[in-house]
Ligand binder design. Structure first.
Ligand SMILES: CNc1nc2cc3c(=O)[nH]c(N)nc3c(CCO)c2[nH]1
Length: 374
């Protein structure tokens, strides 16, 4: 018995999408789902109560960041991440691999692990599959990720092949080091860039290790969306139908719909929370930069089709004023709305799957949001 179980409810007749339920030790959640990112044990500016109110279920935190601050031992002593951050729903921790490659300079990758510098202090650090697994066991998230290398999408073929093979060896080392498989599900991460043969090799290696869930990594790293969709077209069908599939780092509305259409069940991205802090909001008719002067006397809600706390109680003029004056409440209102927007979008996607019309929904949404505009 592993810590999580994926229940396939139905498949969409128009696309490769599926409706499911992810059962975890901290609750069961319908998929496809969007997971808000709370890197440093908080989804920035949101309280646990607000996250639950808007329908958030699984949230992310991060091994690399929590290892550096406050340190995984402190979180362990606090009783684990759920207790430490007062979150009684599910948590997923990323393994730190991506952050090492995206945050720190002077890194050196060896078979044993990765040597790099602390992006805050410059001190020399070393992360290995065993260390990343030990940290995640201390944090206690319901789902934890294998330690992987996320190479640049256009890395040279031979490098990509070496990297995929090393990531597969690292995945096996994580499984061996994992001390709590009944409480924490370890997911493997498929790599291989845009190369179909390397994606097949990576998927085959990881499936042979029988993980309880699989992530598609190495995407949303600056490659064109067509490339991401092409990779998903030949990667998700390789993954077991009875296990969850997690597309890492994806969160724009069009990519969520296109990922769901290609059989992805779980998504995470800092986009909604990050752009909220500079006053950019996702609305049903496209992005709205509320700090723009044209909203100074606009007393409508951010989105007239939205029923969230922000849109029920505050106007564009008021939120613009708050963002303009750097008032923290303005960041909170935009964050609440953006997360609510994506969580509601996932509900619409799930409903479209129930009605076997996700392709039609995509066309309607793209038209309304303005994605088809040349
Ligand atoms: C924003 N784009 C993105 N692409 C990712 C790709 C990866 C990846 O390949 N591996 C791991 N471990 N994490 C990843 C993450 C962080 C989580 O969102 C990514 N984030």
């Amino acid at each position: 018995m592993t810590a999580i179980r994926y229940e396939l409810i139905k498949k969409d007749k128009q696309t490769g999408a599926r409706l499911g339920i992810l059962h975890t030790p901290h609750g069961s959640y319908e998929t496809p789902m969007f997971m808000p990112v709370g890197t440093l044990a908080t989804v920035k500016t949101m309280s646990p109560e607000e996250l639950k109110e808007m329908g958030a279920g699984v949230i992310l935190s991060n091994t690399y960041h929590l290892w550096l601050r406050p340190g995984h031992e402190i979180v362990r002593e606090a009783g684990g991440l759920h207790k430490f951050m007062n979150w009684d729903q599910a948590i997923l921790t990323d393994s730190g691999g991506f952050q090492v490659f995206s945050l720190s300079k002077f890194r050196k990758i060896e078979e044993e692990g990765v040597h790099f510098r602390n992006h805050l202090s410059g001190e020399k650090l070393f992360l290995s599959p065993e260390k990343a697994t030990e940290i995640q066991n201390a944090l206690g998230a319901d789902i934890m990720m294998a330690f992987d290398e996320c190479p640049p999408f256009d890395a040279e073929y031979n490098y990509m092949k070496q990297s995929v093979e090393r990531t597969s060896r690292w995945a096996e080392r994580c499984l061996k080091a994992h001390s709590r498989p009944h409480d924490q599900a370890l997911f493997g991460i498929v790599q291989g860039g845009g190369n179909e043969d390397l994606r097949k090799q990576s998927a085959r290696d990881l499936i042979s290790l029988d993980f309880p869930g699989y992530a598609v990594g190495g995407l949303s790293v600056g490659e064109p969306k067509e490339d991401m969709n092409r990779v998903l077209d030949f990667t998700t069908p390789l993954l077991p139908e009875n296990k969850p599939r997690y597309l890492m780092g994806v969160g724009s509305p069009d990519s969520l719909i296109d990922g769901a259409i290609r059989g992805i069940d779980m998504f995470d991205c800092v986009l909604p929370t990050r752009i909220a802090r500079n006053g950019t909001c996702m609305t049903s008719t496209g992005r709205l930069v509320v700090k723009n002067a044209k909203y100074a006397r606009d007393f409508r809600p951010l989105d007239e089709n939205c029923d969230c706390y922000t849109c029920r109680n505050y106007s564009r003029a008021y939120i613009r004023h708050l963002i303009h004056t750097n008032e923290i409440f303005g960041f909170r209102l935009c964050t609440y709305h953006n997360l609510h927007f994506l969580i509601k979008l996932m509900e619409q996607i799930r409903q479209a799957i129930r009605e076997d019309r996700l392709q039609d929904f995509r066309d309607e949404f793209f038209e309304q949001y303005g994605f088809n505009k040349p």
